[in-house]
Design a protein around this ligand. Structure first.
Ligand code: NAD
Length: 324
């Protein structure tokens, strides 16, 4: 990240958003929401809005991706029915509230809000937001679920930066309560209020944060994960030992190395790099072991091996051969 941008981040706190005209609908009247990306996060976000009665227009690049997303939503709803958390009718109503599209232009028609949850890639997101700005109604609010990319940079790809905001849902979306709401440099107070209000309406807890690299969740989580990898790299303790210390000693539900495997080691590396570039501070420098593992294709659960071996089960039962 350039020095100019660093200067920009530093001056952020003392600069107020420009006044905006209040053209968006309130969250009570709003019915249609578009979700871009039907992957891990997009299908969870679509599921959640649909369960709360919103019409969701789910968009992905291929029908196959949309079908996979819908299959995951159905499987997760079935699980909720089996646990008697929702009824069979609730399940069917939720599914009926979701319509799928392979074109952004068609999928965003008549929506008050678009939540983008496409692949974490700066150029892709800038292109999507530029396109959205062209095809969405003037009053449509554009939210992104990015884990690490600057909301302000994404907003700058549009002519409506005051209507661009971060809505950082946690995985798995239907279960996790937190949504980090990230205010970009130009995000208006009205759009902030709208997003906070909507988040409460889907029974989640919004936490307002400013647009600095890593926001809050990853700024705190990723250095912990990185330090646990450094601890392993320095030979202080083994994989199972490090995770056991954090589970039993700090009451974490899963150890940091197991959590890194679940998030994806490539995702952890990319978030650390965003913070390292953004703050120019060596404390965020990714551990060389993490860099090597990503280059070797050991990405965690999704590749079948990370710190643990997932070839027989998705549970972290067996430490990977490299570390055992
Ligand atoms: N996975 C997590 O735990 C997690 C948590 C919080 C936030 N996020 C963020 O959520 C976003 C999505 O992550 P994910 O884990 O769901 O990724 P994913 O790879 O599971 O899904 C991404 C989806 O986006 C689709 N896509 C790609 N380009 C597209 C385009 N031009 N138009 C429409 N769809 C497109 C892909 O086909 C894919 O289905 C990322 O920004 C990520 O940083 C992820």
């Amino acid at each position: 990240m350039s020095n100019l941008l660093e200067h920009f981040y530093c001056s952020y706190q003392v600069t107020k958003s420009p006044p905006q005209k209040n053209t968006y609908q309130n969250t009570t009247n709003m019915k249609n929401i578009a979700v871009i990306g039907a992957g891990t996060m997009g299908n969870g976000i679509a599921h959640t809005f649909a369960q709360f009665g919103y019409n969701v227009q789910l968009i992905d690049i291929s029908q196959a991706s949309l079908d996979r997303g819908l299959a995951t939503i159905t499987k997760n709803l079935d699980r909720m029915v089996a646990k008697e958390k929702i009824s069979e009718d609730d399940k069917n109503n939720t599914l009926n509230n979701i319509t799928t599209y392979t074109s952004i232009k068609d999928g965003v028609q008549n929506t008050s809000l678009v939540v983008e949850a496409a692949t974490e890639n700066v150029d892709l997101k800038l292109k999507i937001f530029k396109d959205l700005d062209e095809v969405c109604a003037e009053e449509t609010i554009l939210a992104t679920n990015t884990s690490s990319i600057s909301i302000t940079q994404i907003a700058a790809a549009t002519n409506r930066p005051e209507k661009v905001i971060g809505m950082h849902f946690m995985n798995p979306v239907p279960i996790m309560k937190l949504v980090e709401i990230i205010r970009g440099y130009n995000t208006s107070d009205e759009v902030m209020e709208f997003t906070v209000d909507l988040t409460k309406k889907i029974n989640k807890v919004p936490v307002e944060v400013n647009d600095y690299p890593g926001f809050v969740a990853n700024r705190i989580l990723m250095p912990m994960i990185n330090e646990s990898i450094e601890t392993l790299y320095n030979g202080v303790a083994g994989v199972a030992e490090i995770d056991t210390v954090m589970k039993l000693g700090m009451a974490h539900p899963m150890g940091p190395l197991q959590l890194a495997d679940f998030i994806g080691l490539d995702v952890c590396l990319s978030i650390l790099n965003v913070m390292y570039d953004g703050f120019k501070n060596p404390k965020y420098a990714p551990c060389p072991l993490l860099v090597n593992m990503v280059m070797a294709g050991k990405l965690g659960v999704k590749s079948g091996e990370g710190f643990y071996d997932y070839s027989e089960s998705r549970k972290a039962e067996k430490v990977a051969k490299m570390f055992s």
